[in-house]
Each structure stands twice: as C-alpha cells, then as structure tokens.
Design a protein around this ligand. Sequence first.
Ligand code: 0O2
Length: 209
Amino acid sequence: MENTMKNYEDVDSWKTIMFLYNSALKEVGTKLEILNDEFQHVHKYNPIEHIKTRIKTPESIVKKLRRYGYEISIENMVKYINDIAGVRLICSFTSDIYRLAEMIGNQSDLKVLSIKDYIKNPKPSGYRSLHLIVQVPIFLQNEKKMVNVEVQFRTIAMDFWASLEHQLKYKPSAAITPEISEQLRECAEKIAETDLQMQSIYMQINDLE
Ligand code: 0O2
C-alpha cells in the first residue's frame, strides 16, 4: 500500500487514517478492559483471558483489495476493508463470548454494523469465532470521525486451533492437501466438543441452567 502512494498528499492521508484506526483500537480496547474490570468487581470473575490488538499490514490490505477486485487506493481501503483495526478477545467459555458481545452491543456510543457467528455456523475449514464489526466515534479537536473496528471473540480452545492452523497454512513450504484440510477440520470438531464439555462443567460447578 505504501508503495502505491503517488505524492505527499497520499502519505499524509495514510498517516491520518492510521492515526484514526490506532485511536479506534485504543477506544475499543479500553471499553473492553473496563467491562472486564466491572465483571471482576461485581462477580469476582474475569470473562476475558486476554486481549490482542493489531493493525492490518499494508501487504494484507493490498491482498484483500485484490481478492475483492478493487483498485488499490486509500479510498477503497477505507470503504471496503472493515478489519484494518482488529481486536481479538480470548475468553474462557463460549457463554462469556455471547455475554460480552451483548454488552458491546449495549454501549450507546458504539454501533454494531455486522455480526458473523462462526461458532454457530463454523467455516468449512473448521474455524470458529464470533466476529463483530463495530463503529466507534473518535473525537478530534474540531470534528468527530466514525471508524470501523473488527472484534473477534474466541475461547482459548478456538484460539489454539486458529493460531496453529494459521501457522501451518501460511508456511511457505506448506502443502495443504484435501487430507490435511480434513484432519484440521477434525481437530476443530474435537476442540469444539471439549469446549462444550468445559462449558457444561462450568455450569454444573456454578449451579447454572
Ligand atoms: P488476518 O491476518 O487475521 O488479518 P470481511 O472482513 O467480512 O470483508 P472476510 O475477510 O472474508 O470478509 O471475513 P471473515 O472470513 O469473516 O474473517 C476474516 C478473518 O477471520 C481472517 O482475517 C482471520 O483472522 C479469521 N479467519 C477466517 N477464516 C479463518 C480460518 O479458516 N482459519 C483461521 N486461522 N482464521 C480465519 P484475514 O484478513 O484473513 O487475516
């Protein structure tokens, strides 16, 4: 992306946009930490294991724009790519994921633009996660900008699978045959079963319905 910039104006606009996405990440990250702290305060329990934030690399932005069939430009990047700023929330149990997602939806200054539930409807690869695109206001000196952030919710188990699968698939030498894909999908199924069992144990211990 940086290499496709033609003049100083483009560089300035790239820097401004990256500043906005970084600010949006901070906003959403802080909101999530406050929710976690409140949970700890009220219920003596942390639903969030940890939070990771990232800005998509220019290479990955260009790849996605090409995949969507759009010309590589800063304008198209802002218009068509929703996950330039990404927050990944790793939770203990699946129930925490839905509880936190609902809490995010209830925040009056955040707008949920889309929800993709790959837990209820896993991807053919076996990938499971709940994805929300939220729009967050960034208050600047003289104006307010609305910025999109993708929030991915996963349990520790889902994250374990997604991280290893990503690592295996993106090795330059990786030969992903249909048999390998099937084995990875089977691993995802087993992990999902274990997640369900852990959730059930958690409910029994806490005497929950
Ligand atoms: P990276 O490196 O994580 O940024 P949309 O964003 O809605 O326009 P897209 O990209 O098809 O369309 O969205 P999708 O499929 O809902 O989510 C894409 C992101 O989910 C990916 O980001 C991964 O982070 C994750 N993901 C989706 N499918 C898989 C999978 O099969 N395995 C793993 N490990 N992760 C997956 P990026 O942009 O691909 O990469």
